[in-house]
Design a protein around this ligand. Structure first.
Ligand code: ADP
Length: 210
């Protein structure tokens, strides 16, 4: 039986078989709107939002062992090691709240992380990757208004460089596997939300029929 997962306040509707979990990855450069869209998706579909940036910033704030380990890396806009990130996300994906799916924001950021995600998800339903494409000048404009600690201009530049060197190739990786839908992220947030809903619902349908 198909089940409606419907947000009470909106008309957004996603019909999926209950057996298919909503395993969604939001992919894109810093400032693409992944965090904002992940919040909306998580709320609307009652799945957990797993944001690696939030997890790391929380660890830093708490002064935990993990936080101490990654603080300097985040300040520089560099990438935390694949080993550490894969362990962190791997542990999080074992929580029972991910059984009906999740929305991942900030992972995978390297080919190695992408391959690890596929291994972790083996037998747990399809992974739906939504890539948000945003013009470079729009990214800089958005980030310079956000005011986060790592949003100083030189760190932004570094993060964009890291994105094109290490993270953008992941898009090609998912393209080859035909698990990604590329969407225009330059539009207003509500329009992007609608586009994501449509794309996820189509991808789930395709996956259920194959
Ligand atoms: P943005 O919103 O700019 O994309 P995030 O909040 O996702 O940034 O991540 C902030 C920082 O956390 C990154 O610049 C990086 O240092 C670290 N980080 C987050 N996710 C990962 C990951 N998957 N691999 C390596 N480093 C990561």
């Amino acid at each position: 039986m198909p089940v409606d997962r419907r947000d009470s306040q909106s008309t957004i509707l996603l019909s999926v078989a209950t057996a298919v979990p909503l395993n969604v990855v939001l992919f894109g450069p810093p400032g693409a709107g992944k965090g904002t869209q992940a919040d909306v998706f998580a709320e609307c579909h009652a799945v957990p939002k797993i944001s690696t940036g939030d997890m790391l910033r929380r660890a830093i704030q708490e002064g935990s062992e993990l936080g101490l380990l990654v603080k300097d890396t985040l300040q520089r806009g560099a990438l935390v090691s694949d080993d550490l990130m894969i362990r962190l996300v791997g542990q999080r994906l074992e929580w029972p709240d991910t059984a009906g799916g999740f929305v991942l924001d900030g992972f995978p950021r390297t080919i190695e992380q992408a391959a690890a995600l596929e291994r972790m998800m083996a037998g747990r339903g399809p992974i739906v990757v939504i890539a948000l494409v945003v013009h470079a000048d729009e990214v800089v404009r958005r980030l310079s208004h956000r005011g986060r600690h790592d949003d100083e201009e030189w760190v932004i530049r570094e993060r964009l460089q890291v994105y094109s060197d290490s993270t953008e190739p992941v898009l090609e990786y998912f393209r080859r596997r035909k698990t990604v839908t590329v969407l225009d992220g330059n539009r207003p947030p509500e329009e992007v939300t609608k586009a994501i809903e449509g794309a996820v619902s189509q991808a789930i349908e395709r996956a259920s029929n194959s």
